[in-house]
Design a protein around this ligand. Structure first.
Ligand code: BT5
Length: 257
């Protein structure tokens, strides 16, 4: 597959632009491999209607469109491939070693560096594309984040003195993404899962699980199941976590975001 990058100065959201492109495409035109980037987003989206801060020129805000070759049930596994690809590309192009947090975050020093929003966008009765939205903080200083994010978010520049060229990083991510999507499609989730676990920030750690902001339980994050759910050992036994947010317990006993 050849990636084709389309660059915008400002968009509401690269994922929304992907959706508009998919919904207005003609039958002859394949969008598989299209990458949409924006210098800034006015309505950057997180999961569950949350917002993603995407100020101008400070980060890498993009969406890769792919036509997946898996069952619908397996589509969510692409977000593991995407997070792994971001971590691998950052390890290759910088002196940093990011960690992964279930389901879709890339962390540095326990803070959120990157978020991933995977959306399934149908284009006919039977076929769909995946829009893999990736946001990475690159040049921000701590004060550039809104006050509520200053202790939770981090950029590459905050973690390393090394200058990062955003286009070099994008190319490295896309190369890894292609490799990991192919791995997922040819060998199933097992190899991606294994590499994801090897770089995980959460397996073996005490976590708190919340759904829609409501705490459900705490326990030890034990494993990632073969369908991508998180297995958490609680006092009541092993819980299977599918759609939720997870916070890590830090040394002071508090749970960080
Ligand atoms: C995510 O959601 O982490 C997915 C973020 C995906 C963003 C990309 S940018 C390109 C593409 N186009 C889009 O419109 N979106 C994608 P979630 O797990 O729901 O986390 C959202 C939460 O992260 C927010 O509620 C904040 O607490 C926090 N947050 C917002 N902006 C942030 C930032 N720049 N850095 C770190 N944390 C942030």
């Amino acid at each position: 597959m050849q990636w084709q990058t389309i660059t915008f100065d400002t968009l509401d959201s690269t994922n929304l632009e992907a959706k508009r492109m998919i919904q207005s495409q003609t039958a002859a035109q394949s969008l598989h491999g299209t990458v949409i980037t924006a210098e800034s987003q006015t309505g950057g989206k997180g999961r569950l209607g949350r917002a993603w801060e995407s100020p101008k020129g400070t980060g890498l805000w993009f969406t890769a469109i792919i036509e997946p070759h898996t069952t619908l049930a397996e589509a969510s596994l692409y977000s593991f491939a995407a997070a792994l690809s971001v971590a691998e590309a950052i390890s290759q192009t910088t002196d940093l070693e990011p960690k992964l947090k279930w389901p879709n975050d890339v962390l540095l020093n326990g803070r959120k560096l990157c978020g991933i929003l995977l959306e399934l966008i149908p284009y006919s009765k039977t076929a769909y594309y995946l829009a893999i939205g990736i946001g990475i903080n690159v040049y921000q200083a701590k004060e550039d984040f809104p006050p509520d994010l200053q202790e939770k978010a981090i950029s590459l520049a905050m973690a390393s003195n090394q200058h990062v060229d955003r286009m070099t990083l994008l190319d490295a991510i896309l190369e890894q993404l292609q490799k990991n999507c192919t791995l997922l499609e040819t060998q199933g989730f097992a190899p991606v899962r294994e590499q994801w676990i090897a770089q995980s920030a959460i397996i073996g750690r005490e976590v708190s699980v919340q759904q829609y902001g409501i705490p459900l339980y705490t326990g030890i994050a034990e494993d990632i199941a073969i369908d991508g759910s998180l297995l958490v050992r609680t006092v009541d036994g092993l819980q299977t976590v599918t759609a939720a947010d997870v916070s890590l317990r830090s040394q002071d006993g508090n749970y960080s975001f």
